[in-house]
Design a protein around this ligand. Sequence first.
Ligand code: PMP
Length: 295
Amino acid sequence: MKNITYVNDKFVNHDKAVVSVEDRGLLFSDSIYELISVFNGKIIDLKLHLNRLFKSLKKIRIKSNFSKNKIENIINKLMNQNSLKNGYIYIQVTRGTAERKHEFPINYKPTLIIFTKNLNINKKIYKKGIKVITMPDIRWMRRDIKSTSLLPNILAKQNAIEKGAYEALLVDNGHITEGSASNIWIIKDSNKIVTHPVNNKILNGITRQTLIKILKKNNFIVLEKSFNLIQAKNSKEAFLTSSTMAILPIIKIDNFSISNGKPGETTQKIMSLYNYYINQKENKKKNSSKELKIA
Ligand code: PMP
């Protein structure tokens, strides 16, 4: 199958796509990224992802020389060329290539990389649920920026995998912020659904944003409030969200079973609401008159 990648104004074979060894993304992680899911040939929440990409650029003061429209055009071209049906689109922007000095180069041209990846969904883990471990959150204080400086996240995830878990929940001052690559939600006895508030301590996930809208429209009570490890371990149900995994039920936190060790009822309901949202997006044009209780 064809695998074309976009790098700095060129469409090339993925294995021929290169950047300079002096690219600031490589030397300093002076770069930001986005990962956008594609289900059944449909791009999920593209606008929200592009908005977050441009917000990240602004926060790290990269002056872009491209528009959202240009990115959308590149994405459409890649999706066609690579026949992308299920998988993701990855976008990275760096502060370009320059002599290795910490301060920003006076003149620079941002490096823009866009590639796509086909993925098969592992349906088993959604039925069975996953185990997570907890670890200290040792990251910097601007976790709201979708930066490619992911070393603490990578180390946490690797630790989880080595312990037979799927994800590491990060604990900051006794409170759980998020997973190494996901947002975390707990469901209390009262059926209230709790997730960390939006601030510099977490990445405001696009799946998180969309799910909050869906839940509120379906009369769930959502609290954007921080919670501690004890509250998480005593929760009725818990789940993770991210663009690649959508909604993933948690059945164990460290050695504590959650919802009797199987995906909880409310989580399953929420998973089907989210799936409905994704499928509805597909049918939007065909079915635009139908009344929807989704975002
Ligand atoms: N937090 C972190 C640290 C992440 O890496 C991710 C996945 N990129 C998320 C949350 C979830 O974000 P999204 O729903 O936009 O994929």
